[in-house]
Design a protein around this ligand. Structure first.
Ligand code: SDX
Length: 470
């Protein structure tokens, strides 16, 4: 698939042959059935038939609903895309009411139990789980790309000693686009595959280097004898020993956490990956943009906020008072709630299970007691029950990460490493989707009507001074 370091095997087909994108059903085929809306526009008494396809109507079909020839036609208005499908995707399926998550049809519980993260990466990108031979070849492709160009290390040296690792991660991933200008060939499958392997191989190295930079420690080069999670741990924690040996239980727990964080259909950061990618920007800057979205406290930054919240609560007996504050509208329960899951996040359940194996090695994280009490009370309290607020993927992950020795500032970087695979699978699907074009939403204009400019010298204070909107 991506042969060697930057060398492209002449004429070799991509080994990760992604299945052809299913052509969209034409509205005529759909239109023949009863799957349609009849819309009466009371402004004109005109009626319209709008086809229903896959439980949706095409927003563009509404544009024919006009009050006259000069009318632009109807649009939908959907702040934060609460009820808008932006694409067709075969990668991840979520049933939020039932708490179901599947990658390419496989339940997340089975994948976490039976697979390694690199198998999942192959699955998300190609659509199928690899055979042993394919996995061996795939692993070889990825470890070819774990090294960073030496200039990237100098780039990292430009950051302050206390720079947040997520800021360093985002910037360094974006900087890779200057190292690999061939990444701009987004319509060349072989180039796409090469960049995908580069990014999957390099993100753990970048993540580990941001951590070592924050400690003032020398960088540790990748050791390609090791597995994906073990090699990451090696680059994080090897000191003077000639060969790093990861604790197999901690390495497996990290691998499972990577699996759980790999993809989650059209979440905020994936939407950014698709939006930036839709302009045909290269996958490095698109991934950096997605990571920037992930860093927000309402999204991937929540795992770090959960630890701050547990520190703020301080002890189990103070949980009821904290909950009362939240119910009074003073703050949010970080790690709780989800736009899609209106049931327990299946990933949170698996993380809780994985925590036990980690704590057997590291000793129990005292914050677990506070978290369990918070969950117990919240799941019984009408305020949270009514709003269907359950623990999400971020509620317990930070407690494990901290027990493994990670600082809270690293938690979102740990989310970004595996989610890079999901972003790339979604980007690859976007580039191959004949229905997609550059993303450009419309708006409802609420500003001034047309008005004439007054010359500077005549601009008395007739107009109120401009103040930032509240
Ligand atoms: C991730 O989309 C994905 O798939 C994301 C993700 C992925 O894998 O990519 O799953 C990863 O981002 C998980 C979410 C991590 N974020 C947090 O844990 C931050 C805390 N959670 C909330 O900010 C919130 O629940 C969101 C952002 C996750 C979802 O917000 P929504 O869907 O926009 O819901 P909302 O803000 O409209 O809330 C509905 C009601 C409101 O109350 P009312 O106005 O009806 O009175 O529920 C309340 C909210 O105030 N509410 C919360 C709450 N979350 C929602 N109240 C207290 N604590 C919370 N956490």
């Amino acid at each position: 698939m991506c042969d060697g370091i930057g060398r492209q095997a002449p004429g070799r087909m991509a080994t990760l042959a992604v299945r052809k994108f299913p052509a969209p059903v034409t509205s005529r085929e759909v239109f023949m059935g009863n799957d349609a809306l009849s819309i009466l526009d009371k402004r004109t008494q005109a009626t319209y038939e709008v086809p229903i396809e896959d439980g949706t109507i095409r927003a563009m079909d509404l544009r024919k609903i006009k009050t006259g020839p000069d009318d632009f036609g109807l649009m939908t208005y959907d702040p934060a895309f609460m009820n808008t499908g932006s694409c067709r995707s075969a990668i991840t399926f979520i049933d939020g009411d039932k708490g179901i998550l599947r990658y390419r049809g496989y339940p997340i519980e089975q994948l976490a139990e039976k697979c390694t993260f690199l198998e999942i990466a192959y699955l998300l990108l190609s659509g199928e789980l690899p055979t042993e031979t394919q996995l061996k070849e795939w692993r070889k492709q990825i470890i070819h790309h774990t090294m960073l160009h030496e200039t990237s290390k100098k780039f990292l040296e430009g950051f302050r000693y206390d720079a947040h690792p997520m800021g360093m991660f985002i910037s360094t991933v974006a900087a890779l686009s200057t190292v690999y200008p061939d990444a701009r060939n987004v319509h060349d499958p072989a180039s796409r595959n090469l960049q995908i392997c580069r990014l999957i191989g390099k993100v753990p190295t970048i993540a580990a280097y941001t951590y070592r930079h924050s400690l003032g420690f020398p960088y540790v080069y990748p050791d390609n004898d090791l597995g994906y999670a073990e090699n990451f741990m090696n680059m994080l924690w090897r000191m003077m020993e000639p060969k790093y040996t990861a604790n197999p239980i901690l390495a497996r727990a990290l691998d499972i956490l990577f699996i759980l964080h790999a993809d989650h259909e059209q979440n905020c950061s994936t939407n950014v990956m698709r939006s930036v990618g839709s302009s045909q920007a290269d996958p490095f800057v698109s991934t950096a943009a997605a990571a920037a979205a992930l860093s927000g406290p309402l999204h991937g930054g929540a795992n770090e906020e959960v630890l701050k919240m547990l520190d703020q609560i301080g002890s189990k007996d103070k949980v009821p008072a904290y909950i009362a504050e939240i119910k009074a509208g003073r703050g949010k329960l970080m790690g709780f709630g989800h736009r899609v899951y209106k049931n327990y996040d299946p990933r949170a359940r698996i993380i809780k299970w994985a925590a036990d194996s980690v704590f057997e090695i590291t000793g129990k994280n005292p914050k677990l007691e506070i978290a369990l009490e918070l969950e117990r009370i919240a799941l019984e309290d009408e305020y949270f029950v009514k709003r269907k607020l359950y623990p999400n993927v971020d509620f317990y992950s930070g407690i494990i990460y901290q027990a493994m020795g990670f600082k809270p500032e690293m938690f979102t970087v740990l989310f970004a490493i595996p989610r890079t695979v999901g972003w790339l699978a979604q980007w690859q699907e976007l580039v191959q989707d004949p229905e997609q074009k550059i993303a450009r939403p419309r708006q409802i204009y609420t500003g001034y009507e047309a008005r004439d400019v007054v010359e500077l010298e005549k601009r008395a204070l007739a107009t109120a001074p401009v103040t930032a909107q509240p």
